[in-house]
Write a protein that binds this ligand. Structure first.
Ligand SMILES: Nc1ncnc2c1ncn2[C@@H]1O[C@H](COP(=O)(O)OP(=O)(O)OP(=O)(O)O)[C@@H](O)[C@H]1O
Ligand SMILES: [Mg+2]
Length: 306
């Protein structure tokens, strides 16, 4: 796949002196879904805003389809759709007029059929004549997505598309993102929700303190870093692990009360049943068992902590 967006050594120092982006380089391939994960203040919005030409980078460059975002602003901007993090719709305009107007801003011919389909895809068709200020938050967010798509961009940036959105609507949003990708749109989204990245992204990037700590294939990331654990709590403390348990790589907690078994979840044979019977053969009594999965969440937390 060829790159549609190329970000090269991008840095941003705000007037306050805050270093919000530090030497970020990233290529986004045509047709992929990239999720950028990062805690509050990590620099996600700054990065997206710089790519979309809303924030001037202090150094570095961004090209979209080969055009420079600063030198060829009008062309690059027309290739991009941006759904901002903040809801910014409070006017008396109707949904329909808002989309028609937005399309016009990009110098595109009116396309009522296209807009009708877009509103239907966004489940907003029955709201087309409603004034924006009368819509709920979730509806407004969908109008913003419509606004970002109405000029038929090739890359869509979604800044926290599902923040404050209920579970049902979040799933609809994921469905919509998938449909968009099928129609050929490349998608970059930021999110706090690790499940969201896990659910829809092809690649996941982690940003913290203005640095892109890593970007990798979601599957590869989970495989490289994902692990599952079983923690067995014992009724009585033991000083050391019985010999019979040595074939599993186990860890005994310092207080001698918990045995932790880590295994690769991709293995068909995890050996948990065997381990549990060996523990009882060794004469140890179980008090409780817990399992945990190191998902993207832990991978993410570990990275950010470092
Ligand atoms: N206009 C600005 N002037 C000065 N500092 C700013 C400005 N905008 C953002 N910052 C700072 O830059 C850093 C990154 O902010 P940014 O909004 O990019 O983070 P974010 O990852 O999008 O966070 P969130 O998850 O809360 O949306 C923060 O420390 C923020 O305070
Ligand atoms: Mg943000």
């Amino acid at each position: 796949m060829s790159s549609i967006v190329s970000i090269s050594r991008l840095s941003k120092v705000y007037a306050s002196g805050h270093h919000a982006l530090k030497d970020v380089s990233l290529d986004i391939k045509s047709g992929e879904i990239v999720a950028l994960l990062g805690p509050n203040g990590a620099g996600k919005t700054t990065l997206i805003s710089a790519i979309c030409g809303i924030v001037n980078p202090s150094s570095g460059s961004v090209t979209v389809d080969g055009y420079d975002i600063v030198d060829d602003y009008r062309i690059t901007r027309s290739l991009i759709g941006l759904v901002p993090q903040e809801l910014t719709l409070g006017s008396f305009d109707t949904v329909w007029d808002t989309l028609c107007f937005s399309r016009g801003l990009f110098g595109k011919q009116p396309a009522p059929d296209f807009i009708e389909q877009l509103l239907k895809d966004l489940s907003l068709w029955d709201k087309k004549d409603s004034e924006l200020m009368t819509l709920s938050g979730g509806m407004k967010r969908r109008v913003l997505i419509g606004k970002a798509l109405v000029h038929e961009p090739r890359v869509l940036f979604l800044d926290e598309p599902t923040a404050g959105v209920d579970v049902e609507l979040r799933k609809d949003m994921w469905e919509l993102v998938r449909k968009l990708r099928e129609s050929g749109v490349t998608i970059v989204l930021t999110t706090h929700y690790i499940e969201e990245a896990e659910e829809i992204a092809d690649r996941v990037g982690v940003i913290n303190n203005g640095e892109l700590l890593l970007i990798d294939d979601k599957q590869a990331l989970m495989q490289k870093l994902g692990k599952k654990q079983v923690v067995v709590e014992l009724k009585e403390t033991v000083a050391q692990l019985p010999e019979i348990l040595s074939k599993w790589s186990l860890e005994l907690s310092d207080d001698g009360q918990r045995i932790t078994y880590s295994y690769d979840p991709r293995n068909q044979h995890t050996g948990i049943a065997g381990l549990l019977s060996a523990i009882s053969d060794a004469g140890l009594l179980l008090k409780d068992i817990q399992t945990s999965q190191s998902s993207l969440e832990e991978i993410f937390i570990n990275l950010v902590k470092k």
